[in-house]
Design a protein around this ligand. Structure first.
Ligand SMILES: [Fe+2]
Length: 431
């Protein structure tokens, strides 16, 4: 993120003395400057000024990160996952936090997609493997980071850079618990390069720009959240290691700090977490069907994130608003149907909260009859978040547990499946 921010107390010149306030005639203690930078300090970075030496730990223990094993999607099938079913009751939700309770749906060597419905506050957490982009499907939370705090709610993406210490505190609500869809890259996650000038400013053709991004409210110190600055604190770190190959080698460690992690009195730079709400995405429409790249919002290494927002649909006099059948030959497509009117989809199996996987090597598109039925439509009130990966996705334990097992028959009108129920078909308009 090349958009410069500065918050709190920083010295006028970088890498120079910055001291705590002290009494008259006394010299205050130095703050501890930390350069947090990407790509070997050849890319974006920020300077953070800590009260404590940021390397200090008093203990390190193994964190068992849970089941991150994956199973190949073999034999090859399009899938319909129903992640709401993984968190079926209030008791489960009450005991779940967004960090340790997320269930792995799909993953490969570049990205992992997980889901959690959480009411419990998370521990302090740092992902040392890559950036996280967490989409808030429903509910609300406060996310506290060393850069500052965010209030996040329905439709927000929060992008959290690798190694950012933070925690999730869901807002209590029986009606709308926090539903979080976590996209964990093994890389950085950023706006597509083609939206940016050579110096990083959003260009005029981009569907969103700097004004749409919410920076953290900072600085944020322990006393600001009613906690003690010297409180010994555990930080859960997910990191690269020698875990099982089927889990991507991912392991975890809990570091104990002899102080509270919210000790940054000021920071500046271009590397920090931020929030973007999907409602601020201006859809690109056309006389004929626009391809998925027109809906892109972020990119990581070997994957992209797109969103399909409510929009005016194709207006050529002979247009067909639903997509053509398509073979995305280099990608697996994961569509998370988050909001919209899915009444017309009754019987298809796909509805709000559904996730479809359309793997490479298999063409997909609307059900028989949907193209004809869409002619004359002027507006689609649909909202979906899509992740396209360039390497095949395997199923995580959560994905296996909520696969409906019959979606691959949804274009055949119920034929086949060796006794499978046979869904009515894919009737949605998005890709
Ligand atoms: Fe598609």
């Amino acid at each position: 993120m090349a958009h410069y921010q500065s918050m709190g107390s920083i010295p006028p010149k970088r890498h120079t003395q910055h001291r705590r306030p002290a009494g008259r005639g006394k010299t205050g203690e130095l703050y501890y400057e930390e350069l947090m930078g990407e790509e070997g300090f050849s890319s974006d970075s920020s300077l953070l000024y800590h009260r404590n030496i940021p390397s200090t730990i008093v203990d390190a223990q193994v964190w068992e990160v849970g089941d991150l094993s994956t199973t190949p999607n073999h034999p090859l099938k399009p899938l319909h996952l129903q992640p709401h079913a993984l968190f079926p009751d209030a008791r489960t939700i009450k005991a779940t936090d967004v960090v340790t309770g997320r269930r792995l749906l799909l993953g490969n060597g570049d990205v992992r997609i997980s889901y959690a419905v959480a009411a419990a506050p998370s521990p302090w957490y740092r992902n040392g493997i890559g950036d996280e982009c967490v989409y808030v499907e429903r509910g609300a939370a406060r996310v506290e980071t060393v850069f500052g705090a965010f209030e996040v709610a329905q439709g927000d993406y929060i992008v959290i850079p690798r190694a950012t210490t933070h925690r999730w505190i869901p807002k209590a609500s029986r009606k709308e618990p926090l539903r979080a869809y976590a996209i964990e890259g093994n890389s950085h996650i950023a706006p597509p390069k083609r939206y940016l000038s050579k110096y990083g400013q959003f260009l005029e053709h981009s569907p969103y720009c700097e004004r749409d991004l919410r920076p953290p409210q900072g600085p944020l110190l322990a006393e600001d959240v009613g906690e003690k600055a010297d409180a010994e604190t555990e930080v859960y770190i997910k990191h690269r290691g020698s875990g099982p190959a089927s889990s991507g080698g991912i392991v975890g460690t809990v570091h104990t700090l002899p102080f509270h992690p919210l000790d940054v009195v000021g920071w500046d730079g271009c590397l920090y977490p931020y929030v973007f709400n999907v409602r601020d995405y201006e859809p690109i429409t056309g006389r004929v069907h626009q391809p998925p790249p027109a809906h892109q919002v972020f990119e990581g290494w070997n994957f992209v994130v797109c969103n399909f927002v409510p929009r005016k649909v194709d207006y050529h006099p002979l247009s067909i608003p639903v997509p053509y059948y398509h073979s995305n030959v280099d990608s697996d497509e994961v569509m998370f149907y988050v909001e919209g009117d899915y009444e017309a989809r009754k019987g298809s199996g796909i509805g709000q909260g559904s996730i479809s996987l359309h793997p490479g090597g298999h063409a997909h598109g609307p059900q028989p009859g949907a193209a004809e039925a869409s002619i004359g439509a002027e507006y689609f009130d649909e909202l979906a978040v899509m992740v396209d990966t360039f390497r095949p996705l395997d199923l995580g334990e959560g994905g296996l547990a909520c696969d409906d097992g019959r979606y691959h028959l949804s274009w055949s009108g119920g034929r086949g499946g060796r006794g499978g129920r046979g869904a009515a078909g894919e009737v949605h308009s998005i890709d």
